[in-house]
Write a protein that binds this ligand. Structure first.
Ligand SMILES: Nc1ncnc2c1ncn2[C@@H]1O[C@H](COP(=O)(O)OP(=O)(O)O)[C@@H](O)[C@H]1O
Ligand SMILES: [Mg+2]
Length: 258
């Protein structure tokens, strides 16, 4: 059965679009047919992370306005044969639409794919609620900073009211800082929010355009996240181990200086 998952957060800039693109790619590599849909209709940029900018003819708005069928707007990503994108092109003169219009598009797409991942706008206003209501499951992206955790707490509570059971992804994790006790560890964040962890992604300068295709540190962490999402398990990437022990303490000091 198809699964629709909204990727959300309280704060902007925590990595929703990056997680949507990379999780979609890793699920596609596992053999699933995956659609990443840009539900962040105001600040859309999923097309860039998925490598399809410039290839877009129809978009999410066109589907909701019934100018085209949802499958006509879907674009195949160059990163994998099983990976597809429903882009959004924010422009002038876009009419307002009802929640049911977005729901209808997601429902139709769910029939065509194993997974539909919906990149959600930040905040807790109408766009967020609409995206959450369209999907069966929710993942909340958090960075290990107090402001992000506080905002995520509100988001987790709102999602829980909809009877969905959200799981959290700690992104931009700094193992050197958690080893020094300067930021909370992922498990401590999960305990604070009384929510299960779906994955931990390290902060990685290699995430430039949004997509990591290789088997570097963040690539492995995204693979583990995809496997957890697919199986329901929670094998977590360990961001801290390389900063422990004698050589780890040298790495920690270097990280501070460089
Ligand atoms: N794990 C990470 N390590 C380093 N940079 C990251 C990571 N995740 C996201 N970023 C960067 O953070 C910025 C915001 O990410 P983005 O996915 O656009 O956030 P959002 O969609 O939540 O606004 C981007 O420049 C992105 O490349
Ligand atoms: Mg975004």
């Amino acid at each position: 059965m198809s699964r629709s998952i909204v990727i959300t957060s309280g704060k902007g800039g925590v990595g929703k679009t990056t997680v949507t693109a990379n999780l979609a790619y890793r699920l596609a590599v596992m053999g699933e047919r995956v659609l990443a849909a840009d539900g962040d209709l105001g600040l859309n940029n999923l097309d860039v992370a998925m490598g399809v900018e410039g290839k877009v003819s129809y978009d999410f708005f066109d589907c909701m306005e019934e100018k085209c069928r949802p499958k006509q707007a879907v674009v195949q990503s160059p990163w994998h044969k099983n990976l597809f994108v429903m882009p959004a092109c924010f422009g002038k003169n876009r009419p307002s639409f009802a929640d049911a219009d977005m729901q209808a598009v997601i429902n139709e797409l769910s029939r065509l794919f194993d997974y539909v991942l919906l990149d959600c706008p930040a905040g807790v206003d109408a766009g967020f609620r609409r995206a959450v209501n369209c999907c069966n499951e929710a993942l909340v992206v958090i960075t290990p900073h107090i402001s992000s955790i506080r905002d995520a707490d509100k988001v987790v509570n709102i999602i829980s009211e909809t009877k969905k059971c959200p799981r959290i992804i700690v992104n931009k994790m700094r193992g050197d800082l958690s080893a020094d006790g300067e930021i909370l560890k992922p498990k401590e964040i999960a305990e604070l929010l009384k929510t299960d962890l779906a994955g931990v992604i390290p902060e990685d300068d290699g995430i430039v355009s949004g997509m990591t295709l290789g088997r570097g540190r963040s690539g492995r962490a995204f693979s583990m996240l995809a496997s957890n999402v697919h199986t329901g398990k929670a094998r977590l990437y360990d961001c801290e181990s390389r900063y422990l022990g004698f050589f780890g303490s040298i790495r920690r000091k270097l990280k501070r200086i460089l």
